[in-house]
Design a protein around this ligand. Structure first.
Ligand SMILES: C[S@@+](CC[C@H](N)C(=O)[O-])C[C@H]1O[C@@H](n2cnc3c(N)ncnc32)[C@H](O)[C@@H]1O
Length: 321
């Protein structure tokens, strides 16, 4: 008896935008990769583990800040708002806001990491059964639509986790201006920004002893292998995060441990020993920097809160008159 041939299963389609961005980044004089690609399902889970690390102060500081000032933030936001969150992740901090906001009308978490977004949205919908939770899977650096069910009420755009720090100052201004358009003339922006501080606190936060941040960083290469049929050898790269004081930012790097060649999407990229791929910037701000950033986006900082240790801030911004 002849065996029936198994049907050929086509390989998963390659995401052409992801491929284009990776080829562009690795082909540049100073190699880099866009940090938004950290967040596949594995990367999002790893980020949650980072948030629980002893050295990673930003999450605890933002939670502390929202616990301290949440009632005042809720008063500023007002009743019945539509809360739109950019880069919502696990929406853990959002719970602290929703507990204090008066009768929020709708919650719209916006995130690029589909599986993680849907799981978080379901969790939140179970916790707040009377609140419509309308997840939007989108890249917030491009145009996206809010669901019609989000309604036309007063909007508050929340950008948590100091994710704004991942953008260059010019990109951050454009993002804020886009958020202000989404919020409308009556709305407001609640923007979390990490504050400038000693490198003795900053660098350990991104170079933890357990190596979770290293795994998170290397997962970007693993993801490129999985999705773009590349052949990065993960043990030939090392994670390092350094604080660039002049630019006021943490630079997250992958360092090639030897001279090597890597194939991605039919192209070959050469690495020298010690050559780096920059995978993320995380800009830190002084209070003056925050005001200047808002001003360039046509916004005013109306309120500025910090946590009890003065490590982290949340600013309420609205259109300048
Ligand atoms: C640093 S994490 C912060 C998560 C969460 N807001 C918190 O504070 O714990 C960044 C989040 O933004 C999402 N993200 C990053 N870049 C994005 C983009 N361009 N568009 C949409 N979501 C993005 C990631 O998937 C991730 O959930």
């Amino acid at each position: 008896m002849t065996a029936t041939p198994l049907p050929t299963i086509p390989a998963a389609p390659v995401d052409s935008v992801f491929l284009r961005d990776v080829i562009r980044g690795l082909g540049a004089g100073h190699k880099s990769l866009p940090c938004k690609y950290f967040y596949d399902a594995v990367g999002s889970r790893l980020f949650d583990r980072i948030c629980a690390l002893e050295e990673y102060y930003p999450t605890r500081a933002e939670l502390d800040l929202l616990t301290l000032h949440g009632t005042e933030i809720a008063d500023v936001a007002g009743p019945g708002v539509t809360l739109v969150e950019y880069g919502s992740g696990s929406s853990v901090k959002t719970g602290l806001l929703l507990d204090r906001f008066r009768e929020p009308a709708v919650y719209v978490p916006v995130d690029i990491s589909r599986e993680h977004l849907l799981a978080s949205a379901h969790r939140l919908a179970r916790r707040y059964p009377d609140l419509p939770v309308l997840p939007v899977c989108a890249d917030f650096t491009g145009p996206f639509e809010l669901p019609v069910e989000a309604g036309t009420g007063r909007r508050v755009v929340y950008f948590s986790g100091s994710t704004i720090g991942n953008f260059s100052p010019g990109e951050a201004v454009r993002l804020l201006a886009g958020m202000a358009r989404l919020a409308g003339p009556e709305g407001g922006l609640l923007i979390a920004l990490d504050l400038k501080k000693d490198r003795a606190i900053l660098e350990p936060a991104y170079n933890d002893r357990l190596g979770v941040t290293a795994t998170f960083n290397l997962n970007l290469l693993a993801r490129i292998n999985r999705e773009l049929r590349a052949n990065f050898a993960l043990d030939r790269f090392r994670h390092l995060a350094v604080y660039n004081e002049e630019c006021g930012r943490i630079e997250m790097l992958l360092i090639s441990l030897e001279a090597q060649r890597v194939r991605v999407g039919g192209r070959t990229f050469s690495f020298e020993a010690g050559e780096t791929i920059c995978t993320e910037h995380s800009h830190k701000y002084s209070p003056t920097d925050v005001h200047a950033l808002a001003g360039k986006a046509g916004l005013n900082v109306r309120h500025f809160w910090t946590d009890s240790r003065g490590l982290f801030s949340v600013a309420w911004m609205s259109r300048a008159e």
